[in-house]
Design a protein around this ligand. Structure first.
Ligand SMILES: [Fe+2]
Length: 251
């Protein structure tokens, strides 16, 4: 890593350092006062698995409404944007179960939510692109997976390399964020219908897709907005991101 590269990546680096220091202080405070166990776990490991959050009737409703995909499809992922009224209902359950509190506690008070989709993994195998251990090149942001389908021995889990959410990473482009030869053991996380798994996409996640059982989830994405964030609403890049995603602001 030369000096010029470091200079070019200075904002990326500063943002991460700030987030890490802030998260560690928060963690210390929460451990000391014995509060917010789930946020503690999220800061510590980079992910949390919350069980039986979404009622099964609503899970069935989502599956019946959005599941129109062919398991033999060549693409690994098929997805459809959620309708607003369904997203509102999901956020209602998230609020009811303090998930929004956890998201804000971890990322900050001003949150933008986007890429909220019904997400289907087909039978297709893959070991390229997102189907390698990687981080998302977006600094710290959260994804929540609502598990819809039952698992079998061939279901592709969510892979996560614990504690990599608070490590410094530098990247110029996507190639710098892929780690196909990782030798560390990643956690394999399987949900049950109605479970919610939340993880920081700055941590190393995903892996070769060898499982062929189709997997159904709903995925929602949360990111902080602010003058020090990747999404700075006062800068052109931030404005472009907001325009591109056309998401919603959470207060
Ligand atoms: Fe990813």
């Amino acid at each position: 890593m030369n000096i010029l590269k470091l200079y070019r990546l200075r904002y990326q680096l500063i943002r991460q350092i700030f987030f890490i220091i802030n998260a560690k202080i928060k963690l210390f405070y929460k451990i000391f006062f014995k509060k917010d166990k789930d946020t503690q776990k999220l800061i510590n490991n980079g992910y949390i698995h919350l069980k039986s959050i979404i009622p099964l009737e609503f899970i069935n409703y989502l599956e019946n409404k959005y599941q129109k995909f062919d398991p033999k499809e060549q693409e690994v992922v098929c997805q459809r944007d959620l309708e607003n009224k369904d997203l509102e209902k999901i956020f209602f359950y998230f609020n009811q179960n303090q998930i929004m509190d956890i998201v804000k506690d971890y990322l900050g008070k001003k949150i933008y939510s986007y890429q909220n989709v019904y997400h289907y993994l087909t039978e297709t195998k893959s070991s390229v692109s997102s189907w390698q251990p990687h981080h998302d090149c977006k600094s710290n942001r959260l994804k929540a997976y609502i598990w819809i389908s039952n698992n079998s021995s061939k279901t592709h889990p969510l892979y996560y390399l614990k504690k990599t959410n608070l490590t410094l990473k530098l990247w110029m482009d996507q190639n710098d964020s892929r780690f196909p030869k990782i030798d560390k053991k990643m956690d394999e996380i399987f949900g049950k219908p109605g479970d919610v798994i939340i993880f920081d996409t700055h941590g190393i996640h995903s892996n070769f897709k060898t499982g062929t059982e189709p997997r159904k989830t709903v995925i929602t994405t949360f990111e902080n907005i602010g003058i020090f964030s990747r999404i700075n609403p006062f800068k052109k890049k931030g404005k472009d991101i907001l325009k591109f995603h056309n998401g919603i602001y959470l207060n």
